[in-house]
Design a protein around this ligand. Structure first.
Ligand code: HEM
Ligand SMILES: CC(C)=CCC/C(C)=C/CC/C(C)=C/COP(=O)(O)OP(=O)(O)O
Length: 442
């Protein structure tokens, strides 16, 4: 009996379909014989029709994909070389410097007895480091929302406030309060201490808010909280406001209006004058030195007036900042120029070294003038001479031969010179009744 077209086409299809199934069977056989035999057992008992072929084909494809999927191992992420993700050569160079030898034999015999521990640790730490590094680099490349955890907040806010700089600012304010020729009022001192600290935190937070685009270009500041997105600009500005308002209020109504005005003016001077000026003119350093000198408002907090002694103390603070910053900025010239800042060390290197030395010598002169202005006894300039001569010596070395070593020595010397100088001033404070004492002591 002639095959009807329908039968004919279904036979033809059966042929083609059979060929497809045969191919799929072959692949499925190789991939999952057990699964295939089970399926075959069910099929053999029925005629294979066109619809059946389609049904079978769909089943095989599903089965095949499922079984192939189960057999496919997820491909490991390509291990990125940590250096490939480096955005800059110096980051990569820094990375190479941090690499430690893997081979224990490379360790020198002079290593301490804990060498075994070090050897055991080193490969792991290097491996961990590279995994962490690789992972970190991979993560760095992927945008991720920074989740702010409550226990990270204090550290973030401390960095936003430049807490070490604020600590020294508050110390100078406290020294000004204690040096002033007035009775020591503890409640007024605490209000001044807290008010100045809050004002400094506010000023530094606003400064960092304004400088995010530029800080991100500098190695020294690129990890700051706002640059890394650890804190939102809104939260940073809110924090600054929550520091500035109570800080200035404490100084104004808790201490006296003059001190409150000085605190408010200093926040304005630092954030709206000094900060933008850093990108315009090298005069920013002189303005910054005024900002750093105003914390002698501790003196005005104690006396309510800005007298000669306050100006002398302010002058000492003013001059101290030039060796402090000019030396620091010498080692940061590349960073500052990358950040687009106008700094003496970048554009006027000779002036940078000259000014640093000049103000080291000015410190010597101002300390000698302290007894004349009834701020301290004549003992002060004598006992302060060694540290003033030493910072002047380092200033001279920086002036004569400015390099990484001389600039770092001068900067780090400035960090202990100021607190020590203020301490010596305090120990030699002119007491009431001593000859030449200014204000009456009660
Ligand atoms: C012209 C004024 C000043 C400039 C331009 C200046 C600049 C700087 C810079 C750029 C740093 C390095 C900060 C960092 O490591 O990221 C620094 C550190 C420091 N500054 Fe100043 N500063 C000035 C005045 C002051 C004043 C007035 C004080 C305090 C009385 C002070 C105290 C400190 C302290 C304690 C450090 C070390 C702590 C730290 O590294 O954060 N500075 N200064
Ligand atoms: C009472 C009161 C408001 C006190 C403020 C005292 C204060 C914040 C002094 C800062 C002095 C100063 C110019 C620091 C450098 O800032 P920078 O921006 O050059 O430092 P950076 O480059 O590290 O950000």
């Amino acid at each position: 009996m002639a095959a009807s077209p329908h039968t004919l086409s279904s036979r033809l299809l059966t042929g083609w379909g059979g060929a497809c199934i045969w191919y799929l069977e072959g692949r499925a056989m190789r991939e999952s014989p057990r699964r295939f035999l089970h399926l075959l057992r069910n099929v053999n008992q029925q005629w294979v029709t066109f619809q059946h072929i389609n049904f079978l084909r769909r089943m095989y494809v599903t089965q095949l994909n499922r079984s192939l999927k189960q057999q496919i191992k997820p491909k490991p992420e390509p291990a990125e070389s940590p250096f490939l993700a480096k955005t800059s050569l110096d980051e990569a160079k820094a990375e190479i410097c941090e690499m430690r030898p893997l081979v224990p034999s490379s360790l020198s015999l002079s290593r301490k007895p804990s060498e075994k521990a070090l050897i055991e640790l080193e490969p792991t730490s290097v491996t961990e480091g590279s995994i962490a590094l690789g992972k970190e680099t991979k993560e760095e490349k992927q945008w991720k929302e920074m989740k702010l955890r409550a226990d990270d907040l204090p550290g973030i806010l401390a960095r936003l406030s430049k807490i070490k700089l604020t600590a020294l600012v508050v110390s100078t304010t406290s020294a000004g309060f204690a040096l002033a020729p007035a009775p020591f009022d503890w409640s007024c001192f605490l209000l001044t201490f807290v008010g100045t600290g809050l004002a400094s935190c506010a000023a530094n937070s606003i400064n960092q808010f304004f400088e995010v685009p530029f800080d991100s270009n500098m190695n020294r500041t690129k990890n700051r909280p706002l640059v890394r997105g650890q804190i939102s600009p809104l939260l940073a500005v809110s924090f600054a406001t929550c520091c500035a308002v109570p800080g200035v209020a404490l100084l104004t109504w808790g201490v006296n209006p003059l001190t409150g005005a000085l605190g408010l003016f200093n926040i304005f001077l630092y954030t709206c004058c000094y900060t933008p000026l850093k990108r315009v003119s090298i005069a920013n350093t002189w303005v910054g030195a005024v900002v750093g000198a105003i914390p002698v408002m501790g003196w005005t907090a104690a006396t309510g007036s800005l007298d000669a002694g306050a100006c002398l103390l302010g002058g000492i603070l003013y001059s101290w900042q030039f060796p402090h910053f000019n030396a620091l900025s010498w080692g940061l010239r590349e960073d500052y120029s990358r950040g687009g800042y106008c700094m003496m060390s970048v554009t006027h290197p000779a002036l940078c070294r000259r000014v640093a030395l000049r103000h080291c010598l000015a410190l010597l002169a101002m300390c000698a003038a302290a007894p004349a202005l009834d701020v301290t006894t004549w003992t002060f300039p004598v006992i302060a001479l060694p540290i003033n001569l030493y910072i002047s010596y380092l200033g001279f070395r920086f002036y004569r031969d400015a390099d990484r070593k001389s600039s770092r020595k001068l900067f780090f010397c400035s960090l202990w010179h100021l607190p020590l100088l203020l301490l010596l001033m305090l120990t030699c404070k002119r007491r009431a009744g001593e000859e030449g004492a200014g204000a009456q002591q009660s």
